[in-house]
Design a protein around this ligand. Structure first.
Ligand code: PLP
Length: 391
């Protein structure tokens, strides 16, 4: 019903992905995690209505905003929220930075499991905390937490873990028992859990996203859950996100950090976008997830069947694919440049996700299938010595 195959021309829209100078007309961009699809019609309608209001002075978020978040989270995820537990923030990374500053002091340690979305490292460094990496286990591209290693790295200075669920870049959607085992260790050592659930709407059939805060009341009180409609509904340029904080004292401290930043005010389009997404675009999201699953299956099956020099594991969630190029012999530091020069593709290079990402590249498949075909053809030419890869 929706035209995902059609996509949308984003050149000339100041798009970071499409309008960077290296993305010339013969390059297929598969980097930056946003989508090359037109947003859901209900969101466009709401944004147009807001644009028509004709004055853009200071605004607040109305009760409609909070109701939309509460209803969506309850309906889609079974997450029961109270109005006051929802803390608006312009974007998830800023919310995580506030959370880190809320639960720790400069010089304290924050753990994360790597490879992981590179801005986690930046958030910790920028706030003068110490980043501790716990490498995950990688079984042929299927990543699991190494909880023995994780626990062994906890010291008297460790204050929190930053979790990514679903996980970028591996696409793992953490299972209840995995989250429970992690939460048990965190509770044992009194750690806070800063959970980035920005990809939580993007889950393939057969998998279920679980907010770690739903495991128990004890865990919930130690959590800052970071969410946004931005990934699933293609709204990153609007700047609308929410942190859920259930413990009143923790929330008060977080709000103090947020206010001191002078950076966390909402914008005139945030409410229109979020309400349009959460209240009126669920069918669009369902169809999007089916389309993305088609892209993921096509890309991963083709690589695994026809390009033995590369390997990849099918993601359980997100629209991102983590491709292992280590057998190609290309030096990790040259991989991104090689893919641009020889395959006319832009990707996110593996070491953005930490040292363990060396030799990997992350591909973004939130695009019309024709782009996936183009990327596969290019990869086949260079890495399988053939010139086509059919659906
Ligand atoms: C796991 C994860 N967290 C956060 C972000 C960035 O979110 P925001 O733009 O809301 O800061 C991304 C973007 O790719 C992401 O993949």
């Amino acid at each position: 019903m929706y035209q995902f195959d059609k996509g949308i021309d984003r050149r000339g829209t100041n798009s970071v992905k499409w309008d960077m100078p290296i993305v010339t007309s013969d390059v297929t961009p598969m980097s930056i995690a946003d989508m090359d699809f037109e947003i859901a019609p209900a969101i466009t309608e709401n944004l147009k209505m807001t644009a028509g209001q004709g004055a853009f002075g200071y605004q607040f978020l109305s009760e409609k905003y909070y109701e939309a978040v509460i209803n969506w989270m309850q309906r889609r995820h079974g997450l029961v929220l109270k109005r006051e537990e929802i803390c608006y923030v312009p974007n998830v990374v800023l919310g995580m930075s506030f959370a880190v500053q809320t639960v720790s002091e400069p010089g304290d340690e924050i753990i994360t499991m790597t490879p992981v979305y590179g801005r986690f490292f930046k958030v910790v460094h920028d706030t003068d905390r110490i980043l501790v990496e716990s490498p995950m286990k990688n079984d042929g591209g299927y990543y699991t937490m190494d909880l023995e290693d994780f626990e062994s790295r906890i010291t008297s200075k460790t204050r929190a873990v930053i979790l990514c669920n679903p996980h970028n870049p591996s696409g793992r959607v953490w299972k209840r028992e995995e989250l429970k085992a992690l939460a048990d260790i965190c509770m044992k050592h009194g750690l806070y859990i800063i959970s980035d659930d920005i990809h939580c709407e993007l889950v393939s059939e057969g998998h279920e996203h679980i907010f770690i805060s739903s495991l128990s009341d004890e865990v919930k009180m130690k959590c800052v859950i970071c969410t946004s409609p931005s990934k699933a509904f293609n709204l990153a340029g609007i700047h609308v996100a929410n942190c859920f904080i259930f413990d009143e004292a923790l929330r008060k401290r977080y709000m103090e950090v947020s206010e001191k930043s002078n950076a966390a005010e909402s914008n005139a389009f945030a409410e229109a976008a979020l309400v349009g997404a959460y209240n009126d675009s669920e069918d669009w999201l369902e169809e999007l997830n089916r389309y993305i699953k088609g892209n993921l299956d096509y890309f991963v099956d083709c690589i695994n069947a026809e390009i033995p020099a590369l390997s990849v594991y099918k993601p359980e969630g997100t629209y991102l694919v983590w491709v292992d190029f280590r057998r190609t012999g290309i030096l990790p530091e040259n991989l991104k440049e090689y893919l641009l020069r020889e395959c006319r593709l832009t990707v996110n290079e593996g070491n953005f996700f930490g040292k363990l990402g060396d030799g990997y590249a992350r591909f973004n498949l939130a695009c019309p299938r024709t782009y996936v075909t183009m990327a596969l053809e290019q990869l086949k030419k260079k890495f399988a010595g053939e010139d086509s890869c059919r659906e």
